[in-house]
Write a protein that binds this ligand. Structure first.
Ligand SMILES: [Zn+2]
Length: 295
């Protein structure tokens, strides 16, 4: 079972250190028992289900590296944010939420999500609307609305042991806010919200997983990466550029990576968010295919 225990909270390490396509899960054992983000290890999750028991599955957001083993919980109700829930109701919705419009890309993604991630359309049984407090019987969870990474992203603060599950504001530091409804300013606001939570232990779904020290510097580094991307983009726009030029500049991923299609898509989506933000501020303008500085 999990390597670390914090009172009623158990850390379930993901395979390959919780790196994509896996993530670390969190098990909370009150009178009602919850598993958060079941994409860690199928055997351990099945053992929890069949051993101490699981009453409900919660998702921080709709991404596939957080729901890979959701399919083993057919009887347990699913709870997630009302904003993200439609993404899991059909493959078409899922691809729409990612902002994938090209038909060839949609077919390729569909194949991966169906076969590797075993996607099964699913309607959530319980919807979290905003911040709320859930009494599990003997342990209390604050459900925190932390939009930005996805529009309905949730984080979870287990009050009594002071454990905060930070979701995909995961300190790697690789902020991602490229989906259709993702948002840079909301990402920044959510990080500021999370750093104010009076936690004693911080759980990240990816990589290291458990942090016991104050995260001040790591939060700063996370926010700095966002600012550096924007600064580099502004430098690059010293002369007018097309989106093709911007993707080739590799401001996000730094170098060409395989599969190129996937990384180019990520690069484009992330840069689109920065461009929209800069256009909104009147710093950048678009003329035909070209983006350029307004002054
Ligand atoms: Zn994610």
């Amino acid at each position: 079972m999990g390597l670390f225990d914090f009172g009623p909270v158990r850390f379930i390490p993901g395979d390959n250190r919780g790196r994509y396509p896996f993530c670390n899960s969190l098990y909370i054992q009150g009178e009602r028992r919850i598993i958060i983000d079941p994409s860690s290890n199928e055997g351990q999750l099945a053992a929890l289900r069949d051993g101490p028991g699981i009453d409900e599955v919660w998702l921080s957001h709709y991404h596939e590296d957080h729901f890979m083993f959701l399919g083993i919980f057919t009887k347990e109700p699913l709870a997630m944010s009302a904003v993200d829930a439609p993404a899991l109701e059909s493959m078409a919705n899922f691809l729409d939420y990612y902002g994938i419009t090209d038909q060839g890309d949609r077919a390729a993604w569909k194949e991966i999500i169906n076969t590797f991630f075993r996607f099964q359309p699913r309607r959530a049984d319980r919807l979290f609307g905003g911040n709320e407090i859930v009494d599990l019987g003997g342990v209390t969870v604050e459900v925190l609305r932390t939009p930005g990474h996805t529009a309905g992203h949730l984080s979870f603060f287990v009050r009594e042991p002071g454990v905060l599950f930070i979701g995909d504001y995961d300190l790697s530091p690789f902020p991602y806010y490229g989906d259709r409804d993702s948002d840079i300013d909301q990402t920044i606001a959510s990080v500021r919200c999370l750093r104010d939570v009076p936690a004693r232990v911080w759980i990240s779904p990816h990589d290291k997983g458990i942090y016991r020290d104050n995260l001040g510097d790591l939060w700063d580094r996370f926010l700095t990466v966002i600012q550096q991307r924007e600064d580099r983009l502004l430098d690059f726009l010293a002369v007018p550029r097309t989106m093709g030029n911007i993707v080739e500049a590799r401001i996000v991923y730094k170098k060409a990576r395989e599969p190129k299609l996937l990384y180019d898509f990520g690069e484009m989506c992330t840069m689109n968010k920065h461009l929209a933000r800069l256009i909104g501020r009147g710093v950048v303008t678009q003329e035909g295919e070209y983006y350029r500085l307004t002054r």
